[in-house]
Design a protein around this ligand. Sequence first.
Ligand SMILES: NC(=O)c1ccc[n+]([C@@H]2O[C@H](COP(=O)([O-])OP(=O)(O)OC[C@H]3O[C@@H](n4cnc5c(N)ncnc54)[C@H](OP(=O)(O)O)[C@@H]3O)[C@@H](O)[C@H]2O)c1
Length: 333
Amino acid sequence: MSEVINQEIIPKFALPTGEMIPAIGLGTFGSDRVSPEDVAQAVDGAIRCGYRMIDCAACYGNEHLIGNVIHQVIQEGVVSRKDLFIMSKVWNDMHRDVESACRKSIADLQCDYLDMYFIHWPFPNYHAPHCDVDARNPDSRPFSVEEFMDTYRQCEALVEKGLIRNIGISNLTIPKLEAVLPLMKIHPAACESEFHVCFQQQELLDYLVSHDITPVAYMPLGSPRRPERDIMPEDVVDMDTPAIREIAAAHNCHPALICLKWAHQRGTIPIPFSIHNYTANLKCLTEDPLSQEEMEKIKPLDCNNRLVKGHVFLWPGAKDWHDLWDEDGVIVS
Ligand SMILES: NC(=O)c1ccc[n+]([C@@H]2O[C@H](COP(=O)([O-])OP(=O)(O)OC[C@H]3O[C@@H](n4cnc5c(N)ncnc54)[C@H](OP(=O)(O)O)[C@@H]3O)[C@@H](O)[C@H]2O)c1
């Protein structure tokens, strides 16, 4: 029987509501490389070994199989529904009918309600699964406060209907947050963003923390097997940087575990994807933390290396992918 990590020793994180949630979750995006069946099998193993937070999304194309797993583990008494923290996301083509999308995810995941429902991207720009980096949708358009808030209002209505417990936002920038936060009736509980050693986004992280929004770190390991469309020749491999390798050698563990300890100790919730190493990833947060000196050594590894540049979401007239990220401090429209 594989190892089970004691729930008592898994670190927790307080949501703005005061609710305690696990400090690590399992990612479920197979990156167009891992089959939905294999992802579902990993979710099964991960729940049995002690994961309680699962990061799902409609566009990952595997919620129906993950739902069978959730049904099975609850049926067997491994966990009850309330022990799990199930997250999903509305995909870009459903911004005008969020309730239908949400109901479908709940039905597919067989989970009665969602603990967190994210707006996956802040604009309705759809791209087909498995598309390549040059794919463009002529209907794509820049961010609009009005459109975003219409989508957000629909999420607020879902909270009122009891379909979701918390609203999450994702892939937002500080200028966009500044524009939308004052308009929200229900405070967003979390923001899922790309945060890893070579892309630390300290300013965004500080902003989220100071606004009581829980930072969830996607691609916490630098996503070594991300889709082709997100691989550029100049990208840096986080786990191969000499400092990470050196710290890993000192801790006698894989560099991935150093990245996760660092993500946790700097105050984010990492959601690593794994079909082979999920037990080690969960366990590493329960033992052998990094020293302050090691944390300091990791800071200068930041090289602003955004991996999900988002080319496929560009609208006609956009200059390049930098337009998606408001790098000059104003919303590019
Ligand atoms: N909101 C958004 O827009 C957004 C965008 C991207 C991702 N996400 C979410 O974030 C999750 C994580 O991102 P990601 O899947 O792209 O990348 P990631 O978690 O940074 O990296 C996953 C890769 O790391 C490997 N790995 C995991 N643990 C390891 C270990 N201990 N030792 C060695 N290798 C290890 C995995 O291989 P094995 O399977 O072999 O362990 C897998 O290939 C996604 O699954 C998804 O849920 C959200």
